[in-house]
Write a protein that binds this ligand. Structure first.
Ligand code: SF4
Length: 225
């Protein structure tokens, strides 16, 4: 989709999406992970009132919540929406909080995908910080793409590499996620995140299983409750 846009700068694609193409109908979805500060900073430089959706699964590291608060204050973001899973779905499907051990896909649907879909109601597009080099399923990612939910996704960093991320952090003096110093590279729920194995940054996510994505970028499995 719109392949020619892959040659535009991340900032240009972002500004066009926020101010023109999807004005008032776009949100940034952020995990406030180790590289999230880059896209959060870019958005804050364009419009600090763009909605930022943060999925608080109730299983996150406390350090991630603290980092969210630090970045929001630092960047002056004014519309951060911390979304939690439905109490009704938790009671129906995960009453003991251990569903992640038995059915991780269902757990992600309850704690991430369904809350995200509700949060994005009325939006035509969402911004992500995904990159092609993160894993095989993202290898063909376009800067402007179509998400599994049918909305347009804006992926300004699709073609960025690690050196560009590092340079951006340095240039803008952005704070680091507190767990990065301990060796964590890709950070999700505390229950499902381990230290990475070697250079593969996402290898610590759902380590020991074949699962590589939480499901927000995959076809939906909607639940009854
Ligand atoms: S990452 Fe783990 S705990 Fe978090 S929603 Fe998915 S399965 Fe559940």
């Amino acid at each position: 989709m719109l392949d020619f846009l892959n040659t535009a700068s991340a900032e240009c694609v972002l500004e066009d999406a926020i101010k023109n193409r999807f004005a008032g109908k776009i949100a940034l979805v952020s995990s406030f992970g180790t590289e999230s500060a880059v896209i959060l900073h870019m958005v804050s430089e364009i419009d600090k009132s763009v909605p930022v959706v943060f999925l608080d699964t109730l299983k996150l590291f406390p350090e991630t919540l603290a980092y969210r608060d630090e970045l929001v204050a630092r960047l002056g973001l004014t519309d951060v929406r911390s979304i939690q899973p439905s109490g009704k779905q938790l009671a129906a499907y995960d009453p003991d909080g251990r569903l992640w051990q038995k059915d991780a896909d269902l757990c992600c649907a309850i704690r991430k995908t369904n809350p995200l879909d509700e949060a994005l109601e009325g939006m035509e597009a969402w911004i992500t910080g995904r990159k092609r080099n993160q894993n095989a399923s993202r290898a063909n990612l376009q800067m402007i793409d179509t998400g599994a939910d049918g909305r347009t996704t804006i992926n300004p960093l699709a073609f960025w590499d690690e050196a560009q991320i590092e340079a951006y952090f340095t240039r803008h003096k952005l704070p680091r996620h507190p767990l990065q110093a301990q060796g964590y590279a890709s950070i999700g729920c505390a229950t499902c995140t381990a230290l990475p194995d070697g250079d593969d940054k996402r290898s610590g996510r759902w380590a020991g299983s074949t699962k590589t994505e939480c499901g927000i970028h995959m076809p939906r499995a909607h639940l009854a409750a």
